[in-house]
Design a binder for this molecule. Structure first.
Ligand SMILES: Nc1ncnc2c1ncn2[C@@H]1O[C@H](COP(=O)(O)OP(=O)(O)O)[C@@H](O)[C@H]1O
Ligand SMILES: [Mg+2]
Length: 263
C-alpha cells in the first residue's frame, strides 16, 4: 500500500465521499433560535478514520446528525457521493441512510428482551431481506465483533462492552460505507473502551469502512487518522494524527487485532 489513500482512478478529480459547505443549523425560531452550526466546511474521503472532538455544546452531535442524514441543515450544502443531501425529502434521506450509514451511540440503543442476533438483524428487516439472509448476515457481523456464541443472549445478559459490540454488529450488518459513532466509549471503562476502539480501527483498516467518531478522550482519538475539533459551532482545527501511523506500522509488522488480546 502506498502512503496516500487511494482515490478514484481518474486521478482524484471525483468529489470526496462527503463534502460540507457552509453548513448552518439553527434550532428553534424567533427569540429562541439557536445557531448550533455557524458555517461548517468539511471534506471526508472514503476510507478515512476521523475523530471529532471539542467542548460540550460545540455542535459535534449536530454535525453527526447532519452527516448521517438524520437531520437536514438550515442552510449550506451537503454532498454525499456528489448527491445534494440538503435537497432530499425525508424518505429519500431515509433511503440514503439505510443504504450507506451505520450508527453507534454512547448508550448502545439495543432493544431490551431481544437477543443479540435479533437486534443485529433489525436493519435488514427494514430493508425487506429474507429470514435466511438476515440470519446469515447477523451471524457474520456478530462474529466480526467477537461475539460468537452470544447470539441468543439479551442485552441484560451482556456486559456494557459486549452490548456496544452488538450495536457495532448492528451498524455494520448492512455493509455501510460510513460508520458514525457518537461517543461510543462514553459509558465504558478504559479496557472495554480500548477493545471497542481496536474494533473500529480494524473495521477501518481491514474493511475500508469510513469511520467518523465523536470522543472527548484523547486516548480514543489517538486511534483516528485525522482529528477535527469543533468550537462554538465552527471547525477550529483539522489535523492528521501522526501517532496512528506508528501503530499501523507496528501492527502490519506484527499480528492482527481481535484475537491477539489477552484478558
Ligand atoms: N434539538 C435541539 N433543540 C435545541 N437546541 C439544541 C438541540 N440539539 C442541540 N441543541 C443545542 O445546540 C448546541 C450544540 O449541541 P450538540 O451538537 O449536541 O453539541 P455537542 O455534541 O458538541 O455537545 C448546544 O448548545 C445544544 O444545547
Ligand atoms: Mg454530543
Amino acid at each position: 500500500m502506498s502512503e496516500a489513500a487511494p482515490q478514484a482512478a481518474d486521478g482524484g478529480a471525483s468529489p470526496p465521499l462527503i463534502r460540507l459547505r457552509n453548513i448552518v443549523k439553527v434550532y428553534g425560531e424567533g427569540g429562541l433560535a439557536f445557531k448550533a452550526l455557524k458555517g461548517v466546511d468539511l471534506d471526508i474521503a472514503q476510507g478515512e478514520f476521523v475523530a471529532i472532538m471539542g467542548p460540550s455544546g460545540s455542535g459535534k452531535s449536530t454535525a453527526m446528525n447532519t452527516l448521517g442524514c438524520l437531520d437536514r441543515p438550515t442552510a449550506g450544502e451537503y454532498l454525499f457521493k456528489g448527491v445534494h443531501v440538503e435537497g432530499l425529502d425525508r424518505d429519500e434521506r431515509a433511503r440514503l441512510r439505510r443504504r450507506y450509514f451505520g450508527f453507534v451511540f454512547q448508550g448502545f440503543h439495543l432493544l431490551p428482551r431481544t437477543t443479540a442476533q435479533e437486534n443485529v438483524e433489525l436493519p435488514l428487516l427494514y430493508r425487506g431481506e429474507s429470514a435466511a439472509q438476515r440470519h446469515q448476515a447477523a451471524r457474520r457481523a456478530l462474529e466480526a465483533v467477537g461475539l460468537n456464541g452470544w447470539e441468543h443472549h439479551t442485552p441484560a445478559e451482556l456486559s456494557g462492552g459486549q452490548q456496544q459490540r452488538v450495536a457495532i454488529a448492528r451498524a455494520i450488518v448492512s455493509n455501510p460505507v460510513v460508520l458514525l459513532a457518537d461517543e461510543p466509549t462514553g459509558n465504558l471503562d478504559t479496557q472495554r473502551s480500548e477493545e471497542i476502539m481496536e474494533l473500529l480501527w480494524k473495521l477501518n483498516h481491514e474493511q475500508g469502512i469510513t469511520v467518523l467518531m465523536v470522543t472527548h478522550e484523547p486516548e480514543m482519538a489517538a486511534y483516528a487518522r485525522r482529528i477535527v475539533r469543533f468550537k462554538d459551532g465552527l471547525l477550529d482545527t483539522d489535523v492528521p494524527n501522526a501517532s496512528v501511523m506508528l501503530r499501523a506500522a507496528a501492527l502490519s509488522a506484527g499480528h492482527g487485532l481481535a484475537q491477539g488480546r489477552e484478558g
